[in-house]
Design a protein around this ligand. Structure first.
Ligand code: ASP
Length: 442
């Protein structure tokens, strides 16, 4: 029998999870059953991915940098990566702003609906939690984000999964390895090379569990949803975000065709398991190991490029999130503060959404925290902030799933372009996900 491709298995798991979630919502006690007995399997899966993310970044980056053999190449790669990331993010924000201004989903929202949403969400713990987090971030000094890149205790960075700190540490080791005699560097390089291989295999093994895990994750998303009525009122807003995200994917496909001369459809097919996981977990950080595996083994990007571009991208390149922030900020202003929608403010949104998406953590709903900062920068009245967040809260999770998918696709696209420009894109030699599985099973 022909083996079903992994992305189909994951897709089937997702659909069954959604159907199961709906069935459980209509059964007495079904919601509790899902959160007590189904959701934990999704959590285990995410834990496993997070477990290997830190050693994977460390191993692949140190190995990759030491393979580059030339510090000027590292500079070139770093510069190109950052410039392309910033450019794609600006495109995303401009797409978002154009759509939300043309469609104007917030104009004419009935007062009664606003009141209902306000009552339901504005003092909910989730909304106040986002506001508190945004305040803490805002209170820090202007150079705090720079200071935060340099760790004083790497074990603390590991345990808190501080990506940029870990990337800095790995680069530091990688560059120092290049500067010592090769004979002395070799044992450490070989150690990280071997660690990298082992972790890649761990990704394969974890992915065998993916179809079941996405079932659990999506069933839980469905039962956690309880306000279909409010959801319907936000259809126009959600449609704007989704349309913008789709345009972004088309934009990536054009970039792939132009800069790498590869087929965009082939690209999407190869990266699809990572996209489906991004959608199911709403976390580019948790998806990172799979993104790296797909990009290296299935798209043919060399480790030295993917090991740098992807972890950096998961942290600072969030095109989906920045597009969402632009649309959400303007939508909230259209509903609650239309007089604030000046041209200058929209330009300010471009700038702050760019910085905010760089500063957003790669975890579920981080984009919403940064949205508060975007709104504050344009002078949005503080007393309206909880209502503003409440407005978009009901649809945040599904939109988070979609924007995370775009974030991951963007990182993969840029890694292909950077690799091509450095001559580090080769023909991939795809392995099966479960290659050697029989041997592992014993
Ligand atoms: N969940 C997104 C990510 O992990 C961030 C966000 O937009 O909330 O990429």
């Amino acid at each position: 029998m022909k083996k079903i491709a992994l992305h189909w298995k994951i897709l089937i798991g997702m659909i069954l999870g959604i159907v199961f979630g709906f069935i459980m919502t209509s059964i007495a006690g079904g919601k509790d059953f899902v959160s007590d007995w189904i959701k934990p399997f999704g959590t285990i899966f995410i834990n496993l991915l997070k477990l290997i993310a830190v050693p994977l970044i460390l191993a692949s980056l140190i190995k990759g940098i030491s393979d580059l053999k030339d510090i000027s190449k590292i500079k070139k790669m770093g510069l190109r990566t950052i410039i392309i990331y910033v450019m794609t993010t600006v495109v995303a924000i401009v797409i978002g702003l154009s759509i939300v201004n043309v469609v104007a989903p917030g104009n004419g929202m009935p007062q009664e609906t606003i009141e209902k949403i306000k009552e339901r969400y504005s003092s909910s713990a989730d909304v106040t939690d986002k506001l508190d987090k945004a305040k803490a971030q805002n209170d820090a000094g202007p150079l705090q984000s720079l200071v935060d890149i340099f760790p004083s205790n790497i074990f603390k960075s590991f345990s808190e999964a501080k990506m940029l700190q870990i990337i800095f540490f790995a680069l530091f080791i990688g560059i120092s390895l290049l500067l010592i005699p090769e004979k002395k560097a070799k044992p450490l390089v070989r150690f990280f090379d071997s660690l990298n291989e082992v972790i890649m295999k761990m990704v394969d093994l974890i992915m065998l569990f993916a179809p079941y895990a996405v079932f659990a994750l999506l069933a839980n998303v469905i039962v956690a949803f309880d306000d279909t009525e409010i959801l319907l009122k936000l259809v126009a807003y959600s449609a704007c975000v989704i349309a913008g995200l789709l345009l972004m994917v088309i934009f990536y496909m054009i970039l792939i065709a132009i800069f790498t001369k590869k087929s965009p459809v082939w690209f999407l097919k190869q990266i699809s398991p990572a996209q489906l996981l991004a959608f199911s977990t709403s976390s580019s950080a948790a998806t990172l190991p799979v993104t790296m595996e797909r990009v290296e083994e299935h798209l043919g990007v060399d480790k030295e490029v993917s090991g740098f571009v992807l972890p950096v991208g998961a942290t600072i390149n969030m095109d989906g999130t920045s597009l969402y922030q632009a649309i959400a900020a303007v939508f909230i202003m259209q509903v609650l503060w239309p007089e604030g929608l000046t041209f200058t403010n929209q330009l300010l949104i471009v700038l702050t959404a760019l910085l905010a998406s760089i500063g957003s953590a790669a975890v579920p709903s981080a984009g919403m925290v940064m949205l508060v900062i975007v709104l504050e920068t344009v002078g949005f009245p503080a007393e309206l902030l909880p209502i503003g967040l409440a407005l978009i809260f009901a649809v945040d999770r599904p939109l988070d799933m979609c924007r995370t998918t775009v974030n991951v696709t963007g990182d993969a696209t840029v890694s292909m372009i950077v690799a091509k420009s450095l001559g580090k894109l080769r023909d991939p030699k795809p392995k099966d996900w479960d290659d050697l599985y029989d041997k592992v099973k014993g």
